[in-house]
Design a protein around this ligand. Structure first.
Ligand SMILES: Nc1ncnc2c1ncn2[C@@H]1O[C@H](COP(=O)(O)OP(=O)(O)OP(=O)(O)O)[C@@H](O)[C@H]1O
Length: 323
């Protein structure tokens, strides 16, 4: 793909990154380029290698092959300098349910030997404010909703000034309200200039909050770039409303398309749809061909290229489109 930025501008850069578990290749030859300042969606179905990649990036697991850098410094060699600038939410920190949100963050910060004790109270309160838990700071965590717990996890990642935030499926298991809260929080953090790398199996989510996306399929990177770049690579579709579906199918097939009939409840008309490949006959010629063959064309629409179509074409599988 085009548009891969200068490596000096990259918050995350990997080349040929791979990880095997025995014979299973969980991540294969991964070249990721995450621009600084982006909200970068790491999209893929369950089991496609997202968590494995994130664990390697954060030094929680050793790669089987390849190189990686975070904030332009080699990992894991520079982990000591880099990781304090990187906040992460991976598999959520374990909270004590009977302690308050504030007490939990204080404990987690105390467990970090590199954290500055003298600024602890201020940093904990600032992080709670930032994620909108200022008012709930004194409540025990068992009284928090799932969305609040997830935001507390993000607050934990924000106990210091961070240049990069790495969030593994931060909305997993949340209801629509919790999902919205986390999404808004991520967008707010991004406007402050923090680079956010966020994994998800939900296309709709990535579409709503990310500027860039990388798509994983069975351990392989199958696309990477801005959302616009990916959308532009998608293929248009056509839909023909007609009572003569079999003839319309035959005509479109003769014109090189792979048409299908879509069910239409009630009414006489059927709907024949087809995806237009790069070499496909232009829509006006399709209409010409249909009419010449006697097909009663009662409706004809050209649908713009969509991200959804692109992802399905890239991965060969459907993504969950809505929660
Ligand atoms: N510790 C491990 N030992 C053996 N296999 C593993 C291990 N961790 C991950 N895998 C395998 O590697 C593949 C990728 O898993 P990974 O968790 O990275 O995917 P994912 O995209 O994050 O999916 P999910 O959202 O379900 O976590 C899967 O087939 C998984 O079973």
């Amino acid at each position: 793909m085009t548009g891969v930025p200068d490596t000096g501008d990259l918050a995350i850069h990997t080349t040929g990154l791979g990880k095997s578990f025995g014979k299973r290749r969980a991540v294969n030859n991964l070249d990721l380029a995450v621009p600084r300042g982006s909200v970068f969606g790491f999209l893929g179905p369950n089991g496609s290698g997202k968590t494995t990649t994130i664990r390697m990036l954060l030094g929680l697991s050793t790669p089987s092959s390849g190189t990686m850098s975070l904030l332009s410094q080699p990992m894991p060699a520079a982990a000591g300098q880099v990781l304090p600038k990187v906040g992460a939410l991976v598999e959520g920190p374990a909270f004590h349910l009977f302690l308050s949100g504030r007490a939990n963050l204080t404990r987690l910060d105390s467990a970090d030997s590199t954290a500055d004790r003298s600024t602890r109270t201020r940093r904990v309160d600032a992080a709670l404010e930032k994620v909108g838990l200022g008012k709930a700071a004194k409540l025990p965590v068992h009284a928090y909703s799932l969305g609040m717990k997830q935001r507390l996890g993000i607050a934990n990642a924000l106990l210091r000034e961070r240049e990069l935030l790495v969030l593994d499926e931060p909305t997993n298991g949340l209801d629509p309200q919790g999902t919205r809260e986390v999404r808004h929080l991520i967008s707010a953090l991004a406007t402050e200039g923090t680079t956010v790398f966020v994994s998800s199996h939900l296309l709709s989510e990535i579409e709503q909050m990310c500027s860039h996306v990388a798509v994983m399929s069975v351990g392989n990177l199958v696309a990477q770039g801005t959302l616009e770049q990916l959308r532009a690579q998608g293929r248009r579709g056509v839909k023909v409303a007609t009572p003569d579906t079999s003839v319309a199918m035959a005509v479109l097939a003769r014109l090189g398309l792979d048409p299908h009939v879509e069910p239409v409840p009630g009414g006489e008309d059927g709907m024949v749809g087809a995806v237009l490949g790069p070499e496909a006959t232009e829509p006006e010629h399709l209409v010409e061909g249909l009419v010449a063959a006697g097909v009663r064309v009662r409706g004809f629409t050209v649908q713009p290229a969509s991200l959804e179509e692109r992802f399905v074409a890239l991965t060969g599988e459907g993504f969950d489109l809505v929660q």
